[in-house]
Design a binder for this molecule. Structure first.
Ligand code: AMP
Length: 226
């Protein structure tokens, strides 16, 4: 059973590509009425609409490497200023470097604790999932298993992400281990850090996540110093 949440709930989802961060962030955000902020979605939309940001980020994304920290910190800083984040948010895909994590702490000044969830999935499972993954070419959501050729949200055509090809996926996993995994150490000593076994059916992961986040947010509300 989902429990109601009283205070601001600021959630960060960690995990390698294919761990299910996007799907789980979407579900948690919807259930709790929070905005999901996915930096990958923001960048993909910028590429699709051909903005200056999109033109600058496209080649980096196609290589599977990371867009610069200053750009990403700027994007998230601006997004967190919008009023819909005052009750909290679910961040998916940010932070991805220790520098971004340090900046996020700065941005959080006075807004309450971060609940950080690290989703763990073995590498062979990640590779299988990414090879099978489809997204909507129009609205960008991850396709659910029951959608075959068209998006259940907007009717758009389902396509493979341009960075889900095997060579790019291998690069993204390397980048994850080199640049993103160190932020697990950055957060793991905090009382609001949780790990989740992501190698199980999505509904079970959703239930585990909900429980872990609600429990961690209670820890932070009960006055534990972070
Ligand atoms: P994602 O959808 O989270 O897998 O992100 C897709 C791509 O967008 C990544 O491979 C990066 O090139 C870029 N990207 C997304 N979020 C970030 C971030 N926080 N820092 C740097 N690059 C990012």
């Amino acid at each position: 059973m989902t429990q109601p949440i009283a205070a601001a709930l600021n959630v960060v989802m960690l995990g390698p590509p294919g761990a299910g961060k996007g799907t789980q962030a979407e579900r948690f955000a919807r259930t709790h009425g929070l905005p999901k902020i996915s930096t990958g979605d923001i960048l993909r939309e910028a590429v699709t609409t051909d903005t200056e940001l999109g033109r600058a980020a496209r080649a980096t994304m196609d290589r599977g490497t990371l867009v610069g920290d200053d750009v990403m910190i700027g994007i998230v800083g601006e997004r967190l200023e919008r009023p819909d984040t005052h009750r909290g948010f679910v961040l998916d895909g940010f932070p991805r470097t220790v520098e971004q994590a340090t900046a996020l702490d700065r941005l959080m000044g006075g807004r309450g604790a971060l609940v950080v969830v690290d989703i763990i999935v073995p590498e062979d499972v990640l590779l299988r999932r990414l090879a099978a993954r489809r997204i909507c070419g129009s609205c960008g959501v991850n396709a659910l298993v029951e959608w075959t050729t068209t998006c259940g949200n907007c009717g758009g055509e389902l396509v493979t992400r341009t960075d889900d090809g095997l060579d790019i996926v291998r690069e993204r996993l390397k980048v994850y281990h080199r640049q993103t995994k160190p932020i697990v150490d950055f957060y793991s000593g905090r009382p609001t850090f949780r790990t989740i076994d992501g190698n199980q059916p999505p509904d079970q992961v959703t239930a585990l996540m909900d429980k872990a986040i609600c429990q961690a947010s209670a820890v932070s509300r009960n006055g534990v110093r972070l």
